[in-house]
Design a protein around this ligand. Sequence first.
Ligand SMILES: [Ca+2]
Length: 233
Amino acid sequence: MKRTKRTLCGALLGLSLAACGPADEAGQDVTSEREQPLEATCTSVANTDMTVHACLHASNPGDNVNVNGASGAPNISTQHRHYTVALSGGGTGKVTYIPIARTSTTSTVESVAFYATQNVTITAVDTSVTPNVTLTALVSTHGITSDTCTLRHARVFDLQVGHTYELNISSPTSSVGVVPEYLYDNRGRYYRDADGDGYGANTPLYRFACEPPAGYVTQRFDCDDTNPAIFNC
Ligand SMILES: [Ca+2]
């Protein structure tokens, strides 16, 4: 049964969205009809669970590893670590990072955040391709506002799984704390909204993504995704 807009749900803002729609969430989860997840491009880091997670590593002395970025390029790929990276007198240094598949077993690209205690500059050089490719961060100035977290900034890159990256760090200080984290856990579910009425299709067409894909919304319950006058049904 199709209905036009139901105004009741507007009065129910703040309550569970499930109260506004007819379908059960679990009933929508049909893997065979699910669209492919989007890899990478997870640029939102502020106020996310992963940022809270990174801050926990930064505050746990048992997670700290000291490395010398001024000599060689030590590997900082081990997960769940806070690396204290010593830099040269001029505040420069180099570390190595090799991403693995985390979003899924077949992921080819991963969004990785390098949380840092200072407002450092980081460039990532992909040394697995010839000629080498230098990447600048997708997120380069994102401040972290938590009063209790020593991590204050994040640099996010989309990195090719299995490639070896040299991270060149430039800092105003002689050392910097760095917590690398994969950001796939920040993804949410977005439903296809083909008719642009703000409601996604009731059929299980959705993608997992960190940022809203074009034509997708977080709200579903559109039983006619071809008619913008019919939604929330
Ligand atoms: Ca519609």
